[in-house]
Structures are given as C-alpha cells and as structure tokens.
Design a protein around this ligand. Structure first.
Ligand code: EPZ
Length: 424
C-alpha cells in the first residue's frame, strides 16, 4: 500500500489548479445512462472513484472514449446500448456512489438491480430515502440477498411523477430521484432537496440533455418528465472541497498561494471561517489568493447542509484549529462517525477531545511528526496538512483513501514547495 512521507516546516508558495468536482462528476457520469446519444464531458477529475464509476458503466454497456489521448479530463460516454441493468456487489462495495446508477437505469430500462452499499467508515449511510422516493414514483422494490431489485409494474410502464419530501436532506438521494424524474410521466416535485452546487451542476447537464427542471439551486425541484433525452456537452464544476482543502493547507502551514480554476461563489461558508482564522484572501471570479503569516486563530464551527459549512471540510479545518492560538469547538451534524482523524491528529501532538458529535480542540504551538494512518478520504487530507505543518517527519499510511478523491495531491503540494513524496 502506498504511503506519503513528508517533512514539515516549509511554507507554501505558488499556484495550484483545481480539478473538476468528484461529487459532481460521479452523478454526471451516471446521467449519461438516461440517453441513447453521446454525452461529451470536460473537466472530469482523474480520480480513483471516477475510474471505478467508468468501469461500472462499461460493465452496464456504456462506451467510454477519450478524444484527446492523454487527456483524461475530456471524455465521451455513449449509452446507446444497455447490456445489463446490474451493479454488482464487487463494484458497489468499493464505491458507495455506485448507488447513483439506480435512478437512471430504472428510468431508462424500467428495471435495475443494484447492490446495497455496505457501511462506510464515516457512518451507516443508509439509502432508505432513495428507495422511498422511487417507490413513490411507482417502482416496485425488493431487497433480496443484499441487492436492491427495482422495476416498474408492468415493465412497459414509465415511472410516474409525484411529490416527494425526503425525511432529511440527502445529496445522492436528491440526485437519484432527480435523474429518475426526468423520464417519468408527469410532474415530480422534490421537496427538501439538497442544494449542494454539485446537485445544481447535474441539473444543468440534464437540462442540456432536454430535461425540464425548475428550481435549480433551491430546496424545491420541479421536474416535468419527457419521453427521451438526447446527448449534450458539459464541463464539470470546479471542486469546492479540493479548493477548500488547499486553503486550509496554507492556513495551517503558512505562505502565499493562488488557488486557480475554482468557484469562490460555492465556498462562502469556508471563506468566512478561514477569514476568522486569520487567512488573508483576495478573491477573483475563478481564483483566490490566500496568505497566512501568523498562527491561526481558533474558530468554532458546525457542519450542516449547503450553503452552511460542509462536512467534507470538517477534518481539514480541524487541523487548522489544532495549532490555533486558543480553544475551539467543532460539531459534526451530518455523519455519526466522522472524527476518526482526531486520534491520528493527537498522535501528531494535537490536543483534541471528543464529546458526542462535538470535538474540543485546545490549540498547541506546534505539531510533531509521527507515523499516522488515513481512515477515510477527507481525514487523509487533514493528516497530510498536519504532517506538513508539523516539525520533523510524518508518514501517512493507507493513502488509497486520499487517491479516491484527490487528483495527485502530493504533486500539487510539491509544486507549492512542500517536502513530500509518495512511497510504494
Ligand atoms: C454525499 O454523500 C457526498 N458524496 C459526500 O461526500 C458528502 O459528505 C455528503 O453528500 C454530505 O454532503 C457524493 O456526493 C458522492 P447524504 P451522500 O445522502 O449523498 C443520511 C466525500 O468525502 N441518509 O447527503 O451519501 C446519511 O446517513 C463524500 O466526497 C439517510 O439516512 O450523503 C447522512 O447522515 C463523503 N438515508 C445524511 O443523511 C438516506 O437515504 C446525509 O447523507 C440518505 C442519507
């Protein structure tokens, strides 16, 4: 298993280009199942999770072409022929986002068999809302030997438009139901819809494919089903979490960097908190110049659904708090077990205690390098930041977690002057 070795203490200088958003690319790849014409995608990030999703789609029958050899950000997907409506356990167990083929397959093929995603390190992450919504749209769904078996009854029927209110705000739940509704007969209303920018980016693609959607960006999506969708050409929105991760890196490590090709308008809550921590930021339309000369100030924050502070940035901002000039409280309201980075940060000399879904960080002057272990995607990013802020050598093991959601992070950090390398 790969590991990252680093020596802390050098500040970051230079520019970093942000890739397309993983959490927009994954549903957007699945949306191509809704049409029998090619969908051209640009700014797709080259990540493990994207490669896994492409493999799953190819097993289903989607052809994947890269028009410019060597450029994996530009691809053409064609779902002209669907040869299987099944997402096997082998595929789904490595990536929970595989559940996103359920809605499109059911809408296009009127049947789908998708393995129930297993649990995950950060929480149980059930998909009951996805199932509840599809049942409300007329699908008959059985859970049998670990698989979701869904079909319209009779199979000649389309899904039916209906008003759905999910029990909680769910990002992929909203995305699954939104995709299913585009080909349903009649009007579907999704109340309590997720407002994450990645949901909006998916909706923009669907509209380009001929879907009729209103309320994009709001918590109430109204979809008028159509018979067919056609091909489209779409560039994936910039990854706000990757951008936020690099902003937290310079806030903790110090220096001056410019984050380019990003969308500052999707980072309001993160910018507010990092300003409170003392990060100086100059903000342009698609770039942020961030400077940190002093020790961070502590910031209290709680995660919540967009537009509030994102749970996917919690571990990274906690690392900034770990070395801040005071105490701070961090409350995680989305997932029940998303504090696994705390013990690892404490191995690096942090002083963080957990009480229920709140972590209390007593800022320390300096962290000290150690061997630590990544446990999940965003935790691994927080440990890399901590290792580069610490004195001495740090090694982060199990960085396959990092590779799922960051495109060559250690290369981007090296270009910013960090002393970091990947060890096989
Ligand atoms: C998406 O996961 C993201 N993944 C996650 O990013 C992100 O952390 C999360 O949204 C929250 O923003 C992708 O978009 C691929 P949810 P998702 O459904 O859709 C509960 C990363 O690091 N829930 O919004 O699975 C659930 O347990 C990943 O990039 C149900 O109870 O999250 C959680 O407590 C991690 N039943 C809460 O809702 C359901 O049917 C929010 O989950 C669905 C969700």
């Amino acid at each position: 298993m790969d590991k990252l070795q680093m020596v802390g203490g050098t500040s970051l200088q230079g520019e970093v280009e942000i890739a397309g958003a993983k959490n927009a690319a994954l549903p957007i790849l699945c949306a191509c199942l809704l049409a029998d014409q090619p969908v051209v995608l640009r700014n797709v990030p080259d990540l493990q999770d994207v490669r896994t999703m492409l493999k799953l789609l190819q097993e289903i029958g989607v052809t994947v072409d890269f028009p410019n050899p060597g450029d994996r950000s530009h691809l053409v997907l064609s779902a002209a022929v669907i040869k299987s409506s099944e997402a096997t356990y082998e595929m789904v167990k490595t990536m929970r986002a595989s559940i996103l083929v359920l809605g499109p397959l059911l809408a296009r093929m009127h049947s789908a068999k998708v393995s129930l995603p297993g649990g995950c390190a950060i929480g149980a992450r059930p998909v009951d809302q996805h199932i509840k919504g599809l049942k409300a749209m007329g699908a008959s769904i059985k859970i049998k030997s670990g698989y979701i078996q869904a079909e319209t009854k009779p199979q000649s029927d389309r899904l039916k438009g209906v008003s759905i209110l999910t029990d909680m705000i769910t990002v992929t739940g909203t995305e699954n139901l939104l995709m299913a509704a585009t080909l349903a007969s009649g009007i579907t209303i999704l109340e309590n819809a997720a407002r994450e920018p990645e949901v909006g980016d998916l909706a923009e693609l669907l509209v380009k494919m001929g879907a009729k959607i209103s309320g994009i960006g709001s918590d109430r999506l109204v979809i008028e089903g159509v018979e067919k969708l056609h091909g489209a050409d779409h560039s994936v929105i910039a990854d706000r979490i990757e951008a936020g991760t690099f902003l937290c890196a310079v806030a903790a490590i110090g220096g001056e960097i410019t984050v380019k090709d990003c969308r500052p308008d999707t980072l309001d809550a993160v910018i507010v908190k990092l300003r409170e921590a003392g990060l100086k930021m100059e903000i342009g339309p698609d770039w942020i110049k961030a400077t940190m000369q002093d020790r961070p100030k502590p910031v209290n924050f709680r995660t919540s659904e967009y537009p509030a502070f994102p749970t996917d940035m919690q571990a990274q901002l906690m690392t900034v708090n770990a070395i801040a000039s005071g105490n701070s409280t961090i409350t995680e309201t989305i997932f029940e077990n998303r504090f696994m980075h705390v013990q690892e940060l404490n191995r690096l000399g942090a002083d963080i205690a957990i009480e229920g879904n709140t972590a209390i960080a007593q800022g320390v002057e300096k962290l000290a390098g150690a061997i630590v272990m990544a446990t999940d995607l965003r935790a691994s990013a927080s440990l890399v930041i901590a290792g580069l802020a610490a004195q001495g050598e740090t090694q982060v093991d199990r960085i396959y977690h990092l590779d799922r959601g960051y495109d060559r992070m250690e290369q981007k950090l090296t270009l910013l002057g960090a002393n970091i390398k990947r060890v096989k």
